[in-house]
Design a protein around this ligand. Structure first.
Ligand SMILES: [Fe+2]
Ligand SMILES: [Fe+2]
Length: 319
């Protein structure tokens, strides 16, 4: 049986891979500027400075677009919690420390540009948004990984899936905003999330090669307990249901666009370097994914029925 590696051994062994991927990231990451993505000419003063305060009629966004924008923005706002998670489960030294700092700096742009856009275009109530931010950041994200272990392996597995999930969510939010400016901004953010995902996916992949059983146990626990980072924020249930109902982030996307492609990239179901513990974890993971596939169908049946009921109700109201 293979020995379980300590946190320090994992980080030391994987530091060259972190350095290589950090350099790769720096060579391809685009140095974009939030101010280039905001339509400043649409802006005007609020009452405090002689203008008028926000009113619902000023927003061009649908209820769905508003819910998705706010959910995604509050998720970005919780960056300090995520910084803490990554800083604790990675190392502050060498390439690890540089990555954590750089990643945090890049992520901060996402919240900046989305808030500027929403305030300038009057897309949502800025007072309610600020209130939600305070509630959200005060609570912070306690155990985002869903597992009681703040080690490197669960941490890197979680952020791999989470970056990809936010990529999907931002990209699909852009599509429902019905505004080319918002779409361009959210595509830009999605491209960042994808590069972040690649870094974490490569590191987690190298960890599987290094300690296959140990890594798979962590990955499997993360997949089985996965929660979107927004869980627990104000109106989370209402907003996440709305987003799932309209294909911004639903169970099929979670399974087919987030979980499956990453597991395929790691060759989880084809590898032959697992020991007994790894084999068992793989079997359990396989069963879990099979069940998730069934849950997808069940969810979609319910969703189709609910959407049909709503359409029917609308028709009757219009008649
Ligand atoms: Fe982000
Ligand atoms: Fe990201």
């Amino acid at each position: 049986m293979t020995r379980t590696l300590t946190q320090l051994e994992l980080l030391t062994e994987l530091e060259p891979v972190a350095e290589q991927n950090l350099n790769r990231h720096l060579s391809i990451a685009k140095n974009w500027h939030p101010h280039d993505y905001v339509p400043w000419d649409q802006g005007r003063n609020f009452a405090e400075m002689g203008g008028i305060d926000w009113e619902p009629a000023q927003s061009q966004l649908s209820e769905l677009a508003k819910a998705a924008m706010v959910t995604n923005l509050l998720t970005e706002d919780n960056l300090p919690s995520y910084h803490r998670l990554i800083a604790e489960s990675f190392s502050q030294d060498g390439a690890w420390g540089t990555w954590v700092g750089r990643w945090t700096a890049e992520e901060n742009r996402h919240g900046t540009v989305m808030r500027d856009y929403l305030v300038v275009t009057r897309g949502v109530d800025p007072v309610a948004l600020e209130h939600a931010r305070l509630v959200c950041m005060t609570a912070g994200v306690q155990h985002p990984t869903g597992v009681d272990d703040n080690g490197f392996l669960p941490g890197v597995a979680y952020v791999t899936f989470q970056e990809l999930a936010t990529r999907v969510s931002h990209r699909n939010t852009g599509r429902v905003c019905n505004d080319a400016v918002a779409d361009r901004m959210l595509q830009r953010i999605s491209a960042d999330e994808n590069l972040h995902m690649v870094f974490y996916r490569n590191l987690c992949g190298a960890a599987i090669d290094l300690a296959p059983d140990q890594a798979l146990l962590a990955i499997s626990a993360i997949i089985r307990n996965f929660q979107m980072p927004g869980a627990g924020m104000p109106n989370w249930r209402r907003n996440s249901v709305l987003m799932a109902k309209h294909g911004i982030y639903d169970l099929r996307q979670h399974l087919e666009e987030v979980i499956t492609p990453v597991l395929r990239k790691w060759n989880i179901f084809e590898r032959n370097d697992f020991g007994a513990r790894g084999e068992q974890a793989r079997e359990e993971l396989g069963l879990f994914l099979e069940q998730l596939g069934k849950d997808v169908l069940k969810f979609e049946e319910q969703r189709d029925r609910a959407l049909a009921r709503e359409a029917h109700k609308r028709e009757r109201q219009e008649a």
